[in-house]
Design a protein around this ligand. Structure first.
Ligand code: OSB
Ligand code: MG
Length: 376
């Protein structure tokens, strides 16, 4: 039984070290909702990965704030919380709002790991001591700037380069990159920027020997992705479309994809992320851990998740310094020259939270208290 005395919500504002451009726009800074659970003498943390705008998913930091404050937070404080895995049942009545749910559930797992005195990775079922890392490179102001960026990331040791793409920033770019680096592990992510009229166009990308094409079509689609997959030798990877284990089963069965990107926020928390991982593993579908421009708190949770056995492809989990001048955890996440992150073996998430820095970045806060225990 985990006694949660209070849920501290806060919004921090952090400027990104470099602007990040995708097919839906440019992000220059993040508004991030952090959860801190207070339980007896322990504190545990969760990060909500919802964006500033409802472009990647229908949630935003503001909808997540509202749901946690009015619905999910009170439910959690009223419940008998045995462990992190209890959360899906506690939140079941609330439809959707998976990123809001994940922020709380992941904090409960963070707490459970401390109570059980084990590393978070071990609690989740992880077995890897190091995880393979790739990078996601945003759309750049010019092809020359993209080439420079790729050269930097390859020199740093990253094992896979993923290029954000959209109509007008695809074939020419793939051609230029492949001419200079014929053999690197290369993939692309369209964030749903293409339609069925683009089928022949996308089929022509087979010539670039990409590891995968991530989410080329609609964010809520399986059927048309399965039609596209039939036309491609390159594997499709789904990101936005996979909300839970049932979606993974449907997508695998329909052959809408041959690889799945797991984002713990997108599927509603660690419990569902593990369920998606297991369903894919049983069917021979590799998974990798996606990123949402997280601070070190979300990043440390992604590292723990990536230590599960079927996370066999390099993820979008990379060094803190690619995103932040200074992270909010200590030490910052670093990547070796072989492109690997060491999975912490310390109890809990394995990174200390820099509380002073978080305080200085906080622009909004709210505390939800458990009802006083009445003793008779
Ligand atoms: O589609 O994977 C995506 C960032 C924000 C929203 C969606 C995506 C991304 C990334 C960046 O690709 C991943 C990262 O390095 O955090
Ligand atoms: Mg993606």
């Amino acid at each position: 039984m985990l006694n949660i005395d209070a849920i501290h919500m806060r919004e921090i504002n952090m400027p990104l070290a470099h602007p990040f451009e995708t097919s839906f726009g440019v992000t220059t800074g993040r508004r991030i909702l952090l959860i801190e659970l207070e339980s007896e003498s322990l504190t545990a943390w969760g990060e909500c990965v919802a964006g500033e705008h409802p472009y990647f998913s229908d949630e935003t930091i503001d909808t997540a704030w509202l749901m946690i404050e009015n619905e999910l937070g009170p439910s959690l404080l009223d419940a008998n919380v045995e462990r992190g895995g209890s959360c899906p049942d506690i939140f079941r009545q609330v439809r959707g709002h998976r990123m809001a749910k994940a922020a709380l559930e992941n904090a409960v797992w963070d707490l459970e790991a401390q109570v059980e005195n084990v590393p978070l990775a071990e609690l989740l079922g992880g077995i890897r001591t190091v995880i393979p890392c790739g990078v996601s490179i945003g759309i750049q102001p010019s092809p020359a700037q993209l080439m420079k960026k790729i050269a930097t990331e390859l020199a740093a040791g990253y094992q896979r380069i993923k290029l954000k793409c959209k109509p007008g920033w695809d074939i020419k770019i793939f051609e230029a990159v492949r001419n200079r680096w014929p053999d690197i592990t290369l993939s692309c992510d369209a964030n749903s920027a293409y339609r069925m009229k683009d089928l022949d166009h996308i089929a022509s990308w087979d010539q670039f020997n990409l590891l995968m094409i991530e989410q080329p079509l609609w964010y809520d689609d399986f059927y048309f992705h399965s039609m596209l997959q039939k036309r491609l030798t390159t594997d499709i990877c789904l990101d936005e479309s996979i909300r839970n284990r049932r979606d993974a089963l449907a997508a695998i069965d329909m052959e809408s994809c041959r690889i799945i990107n797991i984002k713990v926020g997108r599927v509603g928390g660690f419990s569902e992320a593990i369920a998606v991982h297991n369903a894919a593993e049983e069917r021979g579908i590799p998974v990798w851990c996606g990123g949402m421009l997280e601070t070190g708190i979300g990043r440390s949770h992604n590292i723990a998740l990536s230590s599960l056995p079927n996370f066999s492809l390099p993820g979008d989990v990379s060094a803190s310094s690619r995103y932040w001048a200074e992270d909010i955890i200590e030490p910052a996440v670093t990547v070796s020259d072989k492109g690997e992150i060491v999975v912490p073996t310390a109890v809990g998430r394995g990174f200390e939270v820099q509380r002073d820095r978080i305080e200085a970045l906080t622009v909004r806060r709210q505390t939800l208290h458990a009802k006083a225990h009445v003793t008779v």
